[in-house]
Design a protein. Structure first.
Lengths: 291, 339
C-alpha cells in the first residue's frame, strides 16, 4: 500500500508549491517532509509513527492527518449509516415479497428494479435527483453538509438525496441476496416440520424462515457497509459531501502521501472491524458456529 | 370395528412441473383404524410421500392440485379452511419426516421447537409446556431430557434427532401419526428402537399410524395392513400376511423377489438378488393401460396394455380386511412367494 502510493507518478512538493518557486524552497520543503530520504527509510519512519497514532502531516495544508480524518469522519459515518438504512428498508420487504411469490408480478418488478439500481451510474442518479428535487421542485438543497448538532432540519434535508442514491445501489444488491436466502429458507425441510406442527403462518415465517435467512443478509450488509464507510467518492463529490472519499481523492490529486496513506489505513481498519462484527453476529445468530 | 381415524377416498394429486402436468397420485383410497398400522410401500417416485403430504396440505399450493376426500375423524382435510387445518395439524395428525438431519430448525433449541408446537394448540403457560416437553423427550427415550431441551439439533446424533422429531409429532397426542420414511436414514439398531417406541406409544394411546417405507423388513415387523403403491396407484393391499405371503400383483411379487433371502441358499450358494427391471414410469407420461405394463414380466392378459385393471378383491371377500389387487394376472410364472 505504501509502495503503491509512492509509485504514482507526480511530485507532491512541486504540486504543493504551485507554479512559481525557487530551487531553495523546493529543496527545503523536500527535506522537511522527508521525501529526499530512501523509500525504505521513509516507510519505516512512517510505520513507526503510525503505530503510535501519528499519521504525519499533510503536505498541502500542514494539518495533522488525524485531524483531517477526524474532521471528515462524522460526515462519512452519517452518510454510510443512512445509506445502509435506506438499503435495508428497500431490500428486506422487496426481497422477501419476491421470494414469497417467485415469478409473480411483484417478483419480476423487483428484479427489474434491482437490475436498474445496480446498473444505473450513481452520479447520473444523483444529478437527476438534484435536478428534480433541488432544481424543479426546490424542496431540498443541492448539497453540502451541516452537523446534526447545529441544524437538525438542514442536516436531514442535505442527507436525504446522497443517502437515497447510495442506498438504492446497495439496496439493489441486498435485495437479490434477501430474495435468494429467503427462497432457500422457505424450501428447507424444517419449515415443513414447523407447518406440520400446526404453527400459525406468521410464526412459521418469523422463526423458521426469516430467522434462518439472516445469516447471508448479515454478510452482504457488512460488505456493503464497509464499502459505504470507505467513502463513496462520486456521490460525495456530486453532493459536495465532505466525507473521506472526497478527502482521499483530493490527496491523490495533490500527491499528498501522508493523508492518502492515512485514509487507506483507515479503510483497511474499517474492513477489519466490520468483518469482526459480522463474525460476532454470526455466532449470535447461528448456534452451529459457537463451538 | 370402530370408526376409522382416517378415511381417504379417490385421492388425486397433480403437480405442475416444467415438463407438463404430473399425475403423482391417481385415485388412492384406504382407511386407517384406531391403533392400526398401515404400511405404504413402493419405490421412490411411486407417490407415497406426496400422498400423505397432500393430506395435511403441505404441498405448495402453487404447484399442486389435490382432489378427492380425506376424512380425519369425520372432517374432510382437503376442503378445510386454512385456520382449521392449522388446528388439526398437531392434535389431529402428527408427522415424522424422513431426514432427521434437516427436519429440525438448526438455529432453535430442541426445547423451543417442542414448546412452540405445544403452545400453538392450547393455552399452556411456558413452564407447563416446558415440563410437558421434557416428559415427551423422556418418553421417546432421550437421556437427560431436561438438559436436552436447551440443546441445538447439531449437538445430537441422527437417532436422537429423530426421537425429537417423533416427540414433536406426538406432542399434541395426535389421533393419527404419519411416519414418512421415518427410519430410512437411521442405522438398523436405532431403527429397531424407533419402531419399538412407536409401537409402544401406539398401544398406549390408540393412535392410528401410516408408516411409509420402502423397507419390506420393517413392514413385516410393524404393519397390520400393507398398501403397495406404484405409479401413484394402489396396486395391491391387504393384511400383512396376505400381501407378503400371497402376493398377487406382479409388481408386489417383483418387490418381494428383490428381498435378499438369507435363509434359503440354493446348493450352498446364495442366489443373485432378483430385481424389477426398468424404472417407474415418469408421472408426466403414465402408460395408458396398466401402470406396471412397461415393466411387467407377466403381461398375462390382452387388456393390460390398454386398460388399467381395477382394484379387485381376490381370495375371500368375506374377510374383514379383504385382499385386493389391481391385476388380471393373479397366476404368475412364480406363483406365491411362500409357494
Amino acid at each position: 500500500m505504501f509502495a503503491l502510493v509512492h509509485l504514482v507518478p507526480g511530485d507532491p512538493v512541486r504540486l504543493a508549491l504551485g507554479t512559481r518557486f525557487s530551487q531553495e524552497t523546493y529543496d527545503a520543503l523536500r527535506e522537511r517532509s522527508g521525501l529526499d530520504r530512501p523509500l525504505v527509510e521513509q516507510f519505516f519512519t512512517w510505520f513507526a509513527r503510525a503505530l503510535g497514532g501519528d499519521l504525519g502531516v499533510s503536505f498541502r495544508s500542514g494539518d495533522t492527518v488525524t485531524s483531517l480524518i477526524a474532521e471528515r469522519l462524522p460526515a462519512t459515518l452519517t452518510l454510510a449509516f443512512a445509506s445502509i438504512l435506506v438499503a435495508l428498508v428497500i431490500a428486506i420487504p422487496l426481497g422477501t415479497l419476491s421470494a414469497l411469490r417467485p415469478r409473480s408480478v411483484v417478483d419480476r418488478v423487483a428484479t427489474v428494479l434491482s437490475q436498474i439500481g445496480i446498473s444505473v451510474p450513481d452520479f447520473w442518479m444523483a444529478i437527476v435527483l438534484i435536478l428534480v428535487f433541488a432544481g424543479t421542485l426546490g424542496w431540498l438543497p443541492t448539497g453540502g453538509y451541516v452537523p446534526l448538532s447545529e441544524d437538525p432540519g438542514g442536516w436531514l434535508a442535505r442527507l436525504v438525496m446522497p443517502a437515497v442514491v447510495t442506498g438504492v445501489v446497495s439496496g439493489s444488491v441486498i435485495t437479490r441476496f434477501v430474495r435468494s436466502s429467503v427462497l432457500e429458507a422457505l424450501g428447507a425441510d424444517h419449515v415443513r416440520t414447523a407447518q406440520a406442527k400446526g404453527l400459525p403462518t406468521r410464526q412459521v415465517f418469523t422463526w423458521h424462515v426469516v430467522r434462518n435467512a439472516l445469516l447471508p443478509l448479515v454478510t452482504v450488509t457488512g460488505v456493503q457497509l464497509a464499502y459505504l464507510l470507505s467513502g463513496v467518492v462520486v456521490v460525495e463529490i456530486v453532493f459536495s459531501w465532505p466525507g473521506l472519499g472526497q478527502l482521499a481523492l483530493q490527496s491523490v490529486e495533490a500527491r499528498d502521501y501522508p493523508v492518502l496513506q492515512g485514509a487507506i489505513l483507515l479503510f483497511a481498519l474499517v474492513f477489519l472491524v466490520i468483518n469482526l462484527v459480522v463474525d460476532l453476529l454470526y455466532t449470535a445468530i447461528d448456534p452451529r458456529i459457537r463451538r | 370395528m370402530t370408526a376409522p381415524v382416517l378415511e381417504v377416498s379417490d385421492l388425486r394429486v397433480r403437480l405442475r412441473t416444467p415438463r407438463g402436468p404430473a399425475d403423482v397420485v391417481n385415485g388412492l383410497s384406504y382407511t386407517v383404524g384406531p391403533g392400526e398400522t398401515v404400511a405404504v410401500v413402493g419405490e421412490s417416485g411411486s407417490g407415497k410421500s406426496v400422498s400423505v403430504l397432500a393430506l395435511l396440505g403441505l404441498l405448495p399450493a402453487r404447484v399442486a392440485t389435490v382432489s378427492g376426500r380425506a376424512l380425519l375423524q369425520g372432517e374432510d382435510l382437503l376442503t378445510m379452511k386454512p385456520e382449521r387445518l392449522r388446528q388439526v395439524r398437531g392434535p389431529g395428525a402428527g408427522m415424522v419426516f424422513q431426514d432427521p438431519m434437516t427436519s429440525l430448525n438448526p438455529v432453535l433449541t430442541i426445547g423451543r421447537q417442542l414448546i412452540e408446537g405445544i403452545r400453538a394448540h392450547g393455552d399452556v403457560d411456558k413452564a407447563a409446556a416446558r415440563r410437558r416437553a421434557a416428559d415427551l423427550l423422556g418418553e421417546v427415550g432421550l437421556p437427560d431430557p431436561e438438559r436436552a431441551l436447551d440443546r441445538y439439533p447439531h449437538e445430537l446424533s441422527g437417532g436422537m434427532r429423530q426421537r425429537v422429531v417423533i416427540a414433536i409429532a406426538l406432542s399434541n397426542s395426535p389421533a393419527l401419526l404419519i411416519a414418512d420414511e421415518a427410519t430410512t436414514a437411521l442405522d438398523v439398531t436405532v431403527q429397531a428402537q424407533i419402531i419399538d417406541l412407536v409401537e409402544k406409544l401406539q398401544a398406549e394411546r390408540g393412535t392410528g399410524v401410516i408408516w411409509i417405507t420402502h423397507d419390506l423388513g420393517v413392514v413385516a415387523g410393524i404393519a397390520d395392513r400393507v398398501l403397495v403403491m406404484y405409479g401413484g396407484r394402489c396396486v395391491e393391499d391387504g393384511t400383512v400376511d396376505d400381501v407378503l405371503e400371497r402376493p398377487a400383483h406382479p409388481y408386489t411379487r417383483g418387490l418381494l423377489g428383490a428381498l435378499p433371502d438369507l435363509a434359503e441358499p440354493v446348493d450352498g450358494v446364495v442366489p443373485d438378488l432378483a430385481t424389477v427391471p426398468g424404472t417407474p414410469p415418469p408421472p408426466t407420461d403414465l402408460p395408458k393401460g396398466c401402470v406396471f405394463w412397461p415393466r411387467c414380466p407377466v403381461r398375462g392378459d390382452a387388456r393390460c396394455e390398454h386398460e388399467q385393471p381395477p382394484l379387485a378383491v381376490i381370495g375371500s371377500a368375506a374377510a374383514t380386511l379383504p385382499h385386493r389387487a389391481a391385476t388380471w394376472c393373479t397366476e404368475g410364472p412364480e406363483g406365491g412367494r411362500a409357494g
